[in-house]
Design a protein around this ligand. Structure first.
Ligand code: ADP
Ligand code: MG
Length: 283
């Protein structure tokens, strides 16, 4: 293998678009046993496109314009896709982001909810049970406590996502995927990519709990890779926190110990392998 000291290791990493925020992380990363990854923006492109539009007891035009008016106040990648798809026509009041679920707002004095089905559940609003089985990201709309339909939006798996998982397994590292997106979709992507275990429908605290459970085993050295604002707590909790720089939020990049400056998840195993090669030389 390549003869690398710590400086050499940091240099080799930087030539591969990988930034180590300290030589201690080269040590830690060389011992990683499990890599835990976020789905959206890490293994998928995080660029959503509106697909099916299924309004219920409301015109398609009203459905889209109310949905877009509310979503235009959110910076979530899902919200961006919706507000680019259809123009917002109304100015909502008291807009509130409900972390991991969606948005609540007042539009023309009506209570509007836009988000996933657990948002509706938390307000006790009934919806067709089939929605949870659709293997696509879905956004539901409710007005004054009444279900008004849904849209599906699609994202694509990154070109090198499967390679990224294969390389980690070749390096003897276990893989886990966590997502706030629906579980049916999360499991389907995990199966396609060959990821060892996956959990969907998680709130930010749920991701923290999964990581804590893993870390209860003292033999586990855990890396977390994410790109979002919601990922800061898990990035901080992991033994080595990695941010994907391409789309990554500033909060994620700041909290991370290692920054992958490209959009490529295959660089995760590159970072681990550089760590291993570096340690061979130092010891
Ligand atoms: P993740 O990045 O793992 O998908 P998030 O916490 O960002 O987790 O989002 C979790 C889920 O919450 C999304 O998949 C979506 O269903 C819902 N959600 C969050 N924000 C919005 C929004 N502005 N509009 C619609 N749905 C949203
Ligand atoms: Mg996110």
């Amino acid at each position: 293998s390549i003869p690398l000291g710590y400086f050499g290791g940091i240099g080799a990493a930087s030539r591969n678009g990988i930034l180590f925020k300290g030589s201690n992380f080269i040590d830690i990363i060389s011992n990683v046993t499990t890599v835990v990854m976020d789905k959206t923006g890490t293994l998928t492109k995080g660029v959503f496109k509106v697909q099916d539009i299924v309004p219920e007891n409301i015109s398609k035009e009203d459905f889209l314009s109310i949905l877009s008016s509310v979503e235009s106040h959110s910076t979530h990648p899902i919200a961006k896709a919706i507000s680019q798809f259809h123009p917002a026509s109304k100015i909502p009041d008291s807009v509130e982001e409900i972390s991991g679920k969606g948005i609540k707002a007042l539009v023309d004095d009506k209570n509007v909810l836009a988000g996933n089905t657990s948002l509706l559940q938390s307000f006790g609003i009934p919806y067709p049970k089939e929605l949870d089985k659709i293997v696509e990201t879905t956004v539901v709309l409710a007005i004054d406590n009444e279900y008004k339909g849904y849209i599906t939006i699609s994202d694509e798996v990154k070109d090198d996502a499967e390679l990224a998982i294969n390389n980690l397994h070749k390096a003897g590292v276990k893989t886990m995927m966590l997502s706030g997106d629906k579980d049916s979709l999360t499991q389907s992507i995990a199966r396609k990519l060959g990821i060892d275990s996956a959990f969907g429908g998680l709130l930010p605290e749920g991701k923290v709990e999964k990581l804590e459970a893993l870390k209860k085993n003292p033999k586990e050295v855990v890396a977390f890779v994410g790109d979002g604002i919601n990922d800061a707590p898990v990035l901080a909790l992991s033994d080595v926190g990695m941010a994907m720089g391409g789309l990554g939020s500033d909060a994620a990049i700041e909290t991370a110990d290692v920054v992958i400056q490209t959009d490529q998840p295959s660089r995760i195993s590159t970072a681990i392998n550089i760590g291993k090669a570096t340690k061979k030389v130092v010891y």
